[in-house]
Write a protein that binds this ligand. Structure first.
Ligand SMILES: [Zn+2]
Ligand SMILES: [Zn+2]
Length: 250
């Protein structure tokens, strides 16, 4: 008689119960900032404002901060071959460093969209023409263990702001590699050389690609990805990372 009582069904009921349970949990255990431990959000606004951005002047090719716009020493030695250009949003320093460790090693998946939005906000979309966004893949075993690829989470807001499709299967890591951060610079290139391939080159042929990753250290991982993409026929490969670890730590 004009009043309908919605009938309970597992399909309707379970998401409702999950949301209800999440609210109960967030009252019992409110989120804390991964960097400063303040209660309220998984990453507080004052920590986000403290991220040390990388601003020009930088090396035109690899984006290394310099006193003036000029090719850096590494680029003068021709270290980057397949990778056409790289930029990073900020320096790999606290509190960004803590946030990246939490995202990668402590299962703080909720940080992915927050940090990805930070990357997207620091891009100038008008300065970029991109056909495809490709996150740096994890090896299948590590992906399964972690439950997500942090580079894909970061790449989603970047793809939205650039209005370009996100291709998570264009590139795969065909062999497991030691985390670059655990190795000296001299071993990083051999660690990742030949670790990536494009299973279906038609995805990337003649495309202008933007590779997305969390941290750039020596650039070897991005370079190995770019080599696989170029071999499959990509027209250009640019890299964009959330953070850049600089040799002087600065
Ligand atoms: Zn904080
Ligand atoms: Zn350079």
């Amino acid at each position: 008689m004009g009043l309908t009582v919605p009938s309970w069904s597992p399909r309707r009921g379970l998401p409702f119960l999950r949301i209800y349970w999440q609210r109960v949990l967030s009252l019992l255990y409110p989120p804390r900032c991964v960097a400063c431990r303040r209660v309220g959000a998984v990453l507080c606004t004052s920590c986000m404002r403290a991220f040390p951005p990388i601003r020009p002047p930088v090396c035109p090719r690899c984006g290394h901060p310099l006193p003036k716009v000029a090719p850096c020493q590494t680029c003068r030695r021709g270290i980057l071959r397949a990778l056409d250009r790289v930029r990073s949003a900020a320096r790999f320093q606290p509190p960004l460093r803590e946030a990246i460790y939490a995202l990668k090693y402590r299962g703080a998946r909720a940080l992915g969209p927050v940090l990805g939005a930070y990357m997207a906000a620091r891009l100038r979309p008008q300065a970029l023409t991109v056909d495809l966004i490709v996150p740096v893949p994890l090896h299948a075993e590590r992906h399964q263990r972690r439950g997500y690829n942090q580079a894909t989470l970061l790449a989603q807001p970047v793809a939205e702001v650039l209005q370009a499709p996100l291709a998570t299967e264009a590139l795969v890591r065909i062999r497991p590699t030691a985390p670059q951060i655990t190795l000296p610079f001299s071993e990083r290139q051999t660690n990742v050389a030949g670790a990536f391939c494009c299973p279906d080159p038609s995805y990337v042929r003649d495309r202008r690609i933007l590779l997305v990753d969390d941290v750039m250290t020596s650039g070897s991982t991005l370079e190995a990805c770019a080599a696989a993409l170029k071999e499959a026929g990509a027209r250009s490969v640019w890299g964009y990372t959330l953070a850049r670890a600089l040799p002087d730590g600065g």
